[in-house]
Write a protein that binds this ligand. Structure first.
Ligand code: SAH
Ligand code: SF4
Ligand code: F3S
Length: 483
């Protein structure tokens, strides 16, 4: 489903760089219109997104530029312009991109006008760019995460040239956010509050490909939320790799320096915004102030995603997570005590170097004690350039698989048990879409992030409704509207 609403008003764009990019869109328009004449039909564009919500938000900007330039959005990769927005957090994300790129080259053979672009986190790695230069010569444009705001300019260069254009920046201190956006959902939106990460967990590539932490000024974030609300958005998700580090990069005497909890409070005050989510907090600095703000504000979703990664204190130390098993459990206890209706979900990695089956037992113990509503479990993936990649005690694949399956079973059992607790309750759901498998059903999301499917007409999409939760099917519910 993709109902798109244009959220761009030229008068409101103040930043000089954004204005420059809007001019480039005008120039691209002429080129796309010439192409339209040549083809005898409207040129098409497809944006393929991998990775996290921050990439999804970036893709909404890429799509807006393409649509404003005159392309028609399609979902298939035989389009006239295809762009891959990549992720490199795990090796399988990389492999998927290369597989798709390979297939795309066949389309290009049939359509000489076709342009293929690739951007995002993977392009911040020298090895990946070299591989494309060597083995994927048919790619027309490569750029990275730091200069994604220049897409309109790069699009122009690419439309003018037959050569491979490569523009990668090592880092940036710039934040350019005031760009046109084509939202996937008219009623909900991500809002970037900060970029980059300073934590350097030893397994993680993100700090290398997204750079150091840079927070947006509170007034810019609030202004964006107000604009979104005026445009019909009811739910926002504040995005950052570590949202509770928000503002720490501002100088002490900078009036912009406010805590994440304070920012959250300010966002809740925006009229029209009815639900506020945030992703991702780091357990090491989850403050009492934040708990208090969540407790006081009904608008804040009853869901906290709190990545655990491992339940073993020694592995956590080697991961550079800066908390112990007991610290994590104490935080969960505090959350449960102060906010009993909050659902807690998590991320877990299995197979980090040196991880024994006993260490995985500790993780399983935390899963049981924390009663996670859901957990994303990942097999450790060695990322070149990260400290853990050179740790000597990499775990044999078979042992990883065995431990992973053991953990997954407990995670699933626990998730089912937690979800079952809502049976019979009536809760507010934001109706997001028609059900993927059954057109007579709608799909809504509860404050605690659980999905519910229920009979209803599609006019309700984008509305908050009360739904009675009838049947629990593991992670989701089937319910009925309460009139
Ligand atoms: N900033 C967020 C998460 C970013 S990446 C945080 O700190 O929680 C999302 C998830 O990918 C992480 O939580 C972690 O569980 C997983 N991940 C990151 N690097 C990984 C790697 N090298 N191998 C396997 N999983 C990884
Ligand atoms: Fe990666 Fe750790 Fe930063 Fe999350 S906090 S992005 S896991 S380095
Ligand atoms: Fe992937 Fe980049 Fe997000 S590596 S998880 S898309 S920040």
């Amino acid at each position: 489903m993709s109902i798109n609403v244009l959220n761009s008003n030229k008068n409101e764009v103040t930043d000089a760089e954004s204005l420059k990019q809007l001019e480039f869109i005008e120039q691209a328009k002429e080129k796309v219109s010439a192409l339209e004449k040549e083809l005898g039909r409207k040129p098409t564009a497809c944006v393929v997104t991998f990775g996290c919500q921050m990439n999804a938000r970036d893709s909404e900007k890429l799509l807006a530029t393409l649509k404003l330039a005159g392309y028609e959005e399609v979902e298939t990769e035989d389009a006239d312009f295809v762009i891959y927005n990549t992720c490199t957090v795990r090796d399988n994300a990389d492999q998927r991109v290369f597989g798709r790129l390979g297939q795309c080259s066949n389309h290009k053979k049939n359509n000489p006008h076709m342009k293929i672009a690739i951007c995002g986190c993977m392009m911040q790695e020298q090895g990946a760019v070299e591989k494309i230069q060597k083995s994927y010569r048919f790619v027309d444009l490569i750029f990275g995460t730091h200069n994604i705001y220049k897409f309109a300019e790069l699009l122009n260069t690419c439309l003018d040239s037959d050569r491979m254009i490569i523009d990668i920046w090592k880092e940036t201190d710039k934040i350019v956010e005031d760009l046109p956006v084509f939202r996937k959902y008219p009623f909900k939106s991500g809002v970037n509050i900060m970029f980059g990460c300073n934590n350097f967990c030893t397994y993680c590539i993100v700090p290398y490909v997204r750079g150091r932490e840079r927070s947006r000024a509170p007034k810019d974030i609030i202004r964006e939320c107000e604009k979104l609300a005026a445009d019909g958005v009811k739910e926002v998700m504040l995005l950052g790799q570590n949202v509770n580090s928000y503002g720490l990069d501002f100088k002490d005497d900078d009036p912009n320096k406010i805590s994440f909890a304070k920012l959250l409070e300010m966002v809740c005050e925006v009229e029209g915004i009815e639900r506020v989510r945030f992703m991702t907090p780091h357990p090491k600095d989850f403050s009492d102030e934040l708990l208090e703000v969540i407790g006081k504000n009904e608008k804040i979703a009853r869901h906290i995603h709190l990545p655990l990664q491992s339940g073993n204190t020694e592995i956590l130390r080697r991961m550079n997570r800066k908390y112990t098993k007991d610290d994590y459990l104490a935080l969960v206890d505090k959350i449960r005590r102060d906010l009993p209706d909050v659902a807690i979900t998590t991320d877990i990695i299995v197979g980090f170097p040196g991880e024994t089956s006993e260490a995985v037992d500790d993780t399983i113990d935390v899963v049981k004690k924390a009663h996670f509503n859901n957990a994303f479990t990942f097999i450790y993936s060695k990322r070149t350039g990260t400290p853990a990649a050179s740790f000597e005690d990499q775990v044999p694949e078979e042992l990883v698989k065995e431990n992973f399956d053991r953990l997954l079973k407990v995670v699933q059992d626990e998730a089912k048990e937690q979800t079952l607790k809502y049976a019979g309750q009536t809760q507010r759901a934001l109706v997001e879409s028609v059900n993927d498998h059954d057109e007579s059903l709608l799909t809504g999301r509860l404050s605690n992030n659980t999905l519910v499917h229920f009979p209803g007409s599609k006019e309700l999409i984008g509305d908050f409704v009360d739904v009675k939760l009838l049947e629990c099917h593991g992670f989701y519910y089937v319910g009925e509207l309460v009139k």
